[in-house]
Design a binder for this molecule. Structure first.
Ligand SMILES: [Zn+2]
Ligand SMILES: [Zn+2]
Length: 321
């Protein structure tokens, strides 16, 4: 029998396991994973958020090795994370991303990408343009999430956007919004991370010596991944401005929300986004993504890779099955 190697999360522990090779049903394809990215959501999942057990990982690029309908075999692909049921009340209203029975790759009810192989429904799959490398394509999921911020909340190109947080997602959102034509700046806590904005000519400021004129900002994207970020975002945004909240953490956040009423601020949440525009952006722009890759580990060293990803001084850690 064909066995595969995978990192499985169970009983608060991530372990290398031998599993049966997954088999695609008629609507799915089998993908050999070339690279997978570790994101903060994975780290939070492994701190107990969502109560997930199984194979984590939702950022990947790979090659289709089995397509029962044969169309995609041999193609280099990325895959969208959400798997709706197409049958519930919300799906019938075409609200697929909020399906009542939603499954999500490596997050909810579905084994993910920290494995040699995975299966996904055919409609989740997108071809990677030839000029986009694997080490770029593995970022498509967070880039898509950044595209969605602009799309779903109709941000105006004339409004300045401050990104609060210089972690990997913050630096990706900055790149994406800049490529979309917005004027962006990043506020962070690590000089070494803000330095990765220079190639793109995006201004980065250290929180501890923020110039006085950085205030009353029309749009603040909160992506600190910490429990204190929301309060800070609410101080930075101008009255009637928008705070877009991207932090997903397992623990609770305490914050006084009266300023929402007083300053008539819109507090908006955002999760994930469409892959086709993200792939287009990658094809047509240099995102300098190499600057965001801290390290790449074989699957066998999964726990070590996770430790590295958890360390706040590091950026994207990749796994290579
Ligand atoms: Zn992610
Ligand atoms: Zn549904």
């Amino acid at each position: 029998m064909d066995n595969i190697k995978a990192l499985t999360f169970r009983n608060d522990e991530l372990k290398l396991t031998d599993l049966k090779k997954p088999e695609p049903n008629n609507n799915e394809v089998l993908i050999e994973v070339s690279l997978a990215g570790i994101c903060n959501t994975d780290l939070e999942i492994m701190s107990g958020m969502l109560g997930f057990t199984g194979i984590p990982g939702h950022e990947f690029v790979g090659k289709v090795v089995d397509d029962p309908r044969n169309k995609l075999s041999g193609k280099r692909v990325v895959g969208e994370v959400n798997i709706p049921c197409y049958n519930c009340e919300r799906c019938r209203r075409r609200h697929f991303r909020h399906c009542l029975n939603i499954k999500a790759l490596g997050m909810r009810g579905r084994d993910g990408a920290f494995a040699e192989y995975l299966t996904l429904p055919r409609e989740n799959i997108h071809l990677v343009p030839e000029t986009v490398s694997d080490r770029e394509a593995v970022f498509v999921e967070p880039i898509a999430a950044a595209v969605e911020i602009a799309e779903q909340y109709h941000l105006k190109p004339s409004e300045e956007i401050a990104i609060l947080g210089d972690g990997k997602l913050g630096l990706i959102i900055a790149r994406t919004l800049k490529a979309l034509g917005y004027s962006v700046l990043v506020i962070g806590r690590h000089e070494s991370k803000l330095a990765r904005l220079k190639s793109l000519k995006i201004p980065g400021y250290l929180e501890r010596n923020l110039p006085k004129n950085i205030q009353d900002i029309p749009v603040v994207v909160e992506v600190t991944g910490s429990s204190s970020g929301l309060e800070r975002a609410l101080q930075l945004v101008r009255p009637e401005g928008k705070v877009i909240f991207k932090t997903t953490i397992a623990r609770k956040i305490e914050v006084n929300l009266s300023i929402l009423a007083i300053d008539e601020i819109q507090l908006l949440g955002s999760r994930c986004g469409p892959f086709p525009p993200a792939l287009n952006l990658l094809k047509d722009n240099n995102f300098y993504l190499e600057e965001l890759i801290t390290d790449c580990y074989p699957l066998e060293k999964g726990p070590e890779a996770l430790e590295k990803a958890r360390d706040k001084v590091n950026l994207k850690v990749l796994l290579q099955p």
